[in-house]
Design a binder for this molecule. Structure first.
Ligand SMILES: [Mg+2]
Length: 263
């Protein structure tokens, strides 16, 4: 077994659910850090700035710096920076946290039906007909559609809400465009984390609760995929999943993590 030198934790369903920390989260993260491993928190949620996720973690007793967090929103900023050497005009279908990431990334945000190079779309709890109409017109005039993520639903305490993928589907339907997706299960977010660490996939593990995003992504990169049963999917679903979505390891909760990665 290759020694694991870095662990990437999904947030929702792994570290917390809504505003409630999941059992053993703070202890497990502390133990992994004490063992000298690198840590990152990876979320497909693009509604908030990374600083907000950090604050939530700190409130749960988990130390966090903004560079420890990779969100689909921030990854979209990194991707756009690679495309836009001379700056780009960006039309956002999303929330204020995503706008803040893009503004800090150096992008000019345009509104209404002003021409744009890219339409960046994620979950938008104020999504309405005008949102759709404006983005549609901007895309029909040539802007490229980028999805921060395509999650069908968004977990909350006691249930689910419509996720960012809902808005992407609406935008694709009325434009005929096909969005390029940045978030999980695409590999870009995780590649950026590994690049920052200078580590290879075989030296890292990803801990997640969803087979179709977290586990698929880890398997795609050849990373140790660890499923924790405190979130979206069950052991039965893991057993029945297609090969590429089957976790290498299943743990009941994070108290079992240290034994798995040999801290
Ligand atoms: Mg999750």
């Amino acid at each position: 077994l290759t020694r694991i030198r870095g662990i990437i934790f999904d947030l929702d369903g792994v570290i917390y659910r809504g505003d409630s920390p999941l059992p053993h989260a703070a202890k497990a993260v502390a133990a992994v850090r004490a063992a000298g491993m690198r840590i990152a928190f990876l979320t497909n949620n693009s509604t908030e700035h990374r600083e907000v996720y950090c604050e939530r973690l700190r409130a749960m007793g988990i130390p966090c710096e903004v560079q420890d967090v990779m969100s689909s929103g921030y990854a979209t900023v990194l991707w756009l920076q690679e495309q836009c050497r001379d700056g780009c005009r960006v039309h956002v279908v999303g929330e204020d946290g995503l706008r803040r990431e893009l503004r800090e990334g150096g992008f000019t945000l345009v509104t209404d039906q002003e021409p744009a190079d890219f339409v960046v779309a994620g979950m938008d709890r104020n999504f309405g007909f005008k949102t759709l109409l404006d983005a549609q017109q901007v895309i029909l005039k040539g802007a490229r559609l980028i999805a921060t993520n395509r999650d069908a639903t968004f977990p909350v305490e006691g249930g689910v809400r419509p996720g960012g993928g809902t808005m992407i589907a609406a935008l694709e339907t009325c434009t005929g465009a096909k969005a390029l997706t940045i978030g999980k299960p695409e590999t870009y977010t995780l590649e950026k984390v590994l690049q920052g660490w200078g580590l290879q996939p075989v030296e890292c593990a990803l801990v997640g609760d969803r087979l179709d995003t977290d586990i698929l992504l880890a398997n795609r990169l050849g990373m140790l995929s660890i499923m924790v049963l405190t979130g979206a999917h069950t052991r039965q679903q893991a057993d029945a999943a297609p090969e590429e979505m089957r976790p290498k390891v299943i743990i009941n909760d994070l108290s079992e993590l240290e034994g798995t990665v040999g801290g």
